[in-house]
Design a protein around this ligand. Structure first.
Ligand code: TYM
Length: 329
């Protein structure tokens, strides 16, 4: 990657379910970036094992994330796609950064607090340390921009902090990455509770629309989605969190602005609005899944191997530089 383009790095965990929040909040913006930047998209399998995964299903889940990338429009001829655990430099740098990170840095991470709350006794050290591994992912590739959903902004901020601290202590080493968050869609909320983000670890399947949901099931989820009091279709996050969330999804999937949609549904109630949105979501999923199910596992493995070959020299060169700075070499 010897050119003047900036480098983009991002990733998704292969934890089984990917939902339209992952797609609209993160992956969609990657697709647009491919022509302008050097893009590296990782399947972050070591992040996923911070919570229990079923070993019988896990290798397939890894391949399925790549299929999601491809069905979304990521082109492996333009972007590098690889599997995190293929490149041991990620965990090596994570260890080094563990020795630069303070407990107080990690104690501030809100996502850990939320996740640990559910499972206080058995929460893994890996889950606590996961933002440091994420910092290693980003910093290994001289990343300029990290496009993610809103929930990951604090983790990217930590990557910046650790890079700056390392540079101060050991001399200029890491580029300081910038986070990129979409103006609309960076936090898609749960359909069953619009005060909480749409999440794959939600207790109810009514919370999310999985990218692999049967379109008929998905349309039912939209029809049953929680709404706000009143009947007006209006974007107002505070007074109308549920309708605002549905308007966001509608707008992003239809390429119509929220203002346009407010006008379109001015004199109509929630019923008509949801029926139309259900159709849009159903059509989107049908198109998406046609592509998703067309990919063969062996071709996906090939793409991952090619990707690893391309990133390996970059990652190990960066790691060597870090080791030299520390006096390890
Ligand atoms: P993960 O796998 O939880 O989510 C993947 C991407 O989807 C975004 N996202 C959302 N966006 C909008 N609304 C939602 N409800 C929603 N839920 C999830 C996430 O913000 C993310 O961009 N730690 C990361 C993966 C990671 C990573 C990295 C990302 C590991 N290393 C390095 C960037 C750079 C994660 O768990 O994402």
């Amino acid at each position: 990657m010897i050119n003047n383009k900036k480098t983009i790095f991002s990733g998704v965990q292969p934890s089984g379910i990917l939902h339209i929040g992952n797609y609209l909040g993160a992956i969609v913006q990657w697709v647009e970036m491919q022509n302008q930047y050097n893009c590296i998209f990782c399947v972050v399998d070591y992040h996923a094992i911070t919570v229990k995964q079923d070993p019988k299903k896990f290798s397939q889940q890894i391949l399925d994330v790549v299929k999601i990338y491809l069905a979304s429009g990521i082109n492996p001829d333009k972007s590098i796609i690889f599997q995190q655990s293929d490149i041991s430099a990620h965990t090596e740098l994570a260890w080094i950064l563990n020795c630069v990170a303070y407990m107080t840095d990690l104690n501030r991470m809100t996502q850990f607090k939320e996740k640990a709350e559910k499972n206080k006794e058995t929460v893994s050290v890996g889950l606590y340390d996961y933002p440091v591994l994420m910092a290693a992912d980003i910093l290994l590739y001289n990343t300029d921009i990290v496009p993610v959903g809103e929930d990951q902004a604090q983790h990217v901020e930590l990557a910046r902090t650790l890079a700056q601290r390392f540079n101060n202590q050991f001399g200029e080493t890491f580029k300081i990455p910038e986070v990129m968050i979409k103006k609309i869609g960076a936090r898609i909320m749960g359909l069953d509770d619009p005060t909480k983000k749409m999440s794959k670890s939600a207790t109810s399947v009514a919370n999310y629309i999985a990218l692999t949901d049967d379109p008929i099931v998905a349309t039912k989820k939209i029809t049953r989605a929680v709404t706000d009091s009143g009947s007006e279709i209006k974007y107002d996050k505070k007074a109308k969190p549920a309708i605002s969330n549905l308007l966001t999804i509608y707008s992003l999937l239809s390429n119509k602005s929220i203002e346009e949609l407010e006008i379109k549904y001015q004199d109509k109630g929630y019923g008509v609005f949801k029926k139309d949105l259900a159709e849009i979501v159903g059509n989107f999923l049908s198109q998406f899944q046609k592509k998703y199910y067309s990919f063969k596992d062996n071709d996906i493995r090939e793409i991952l191997q090619q990707g690893s070959k391309l990133v390996e020299p970059i990652a190990f060169k960066a790691l060597k530089n870090v080791k030299e700075k520390l006096g390890l070499l």
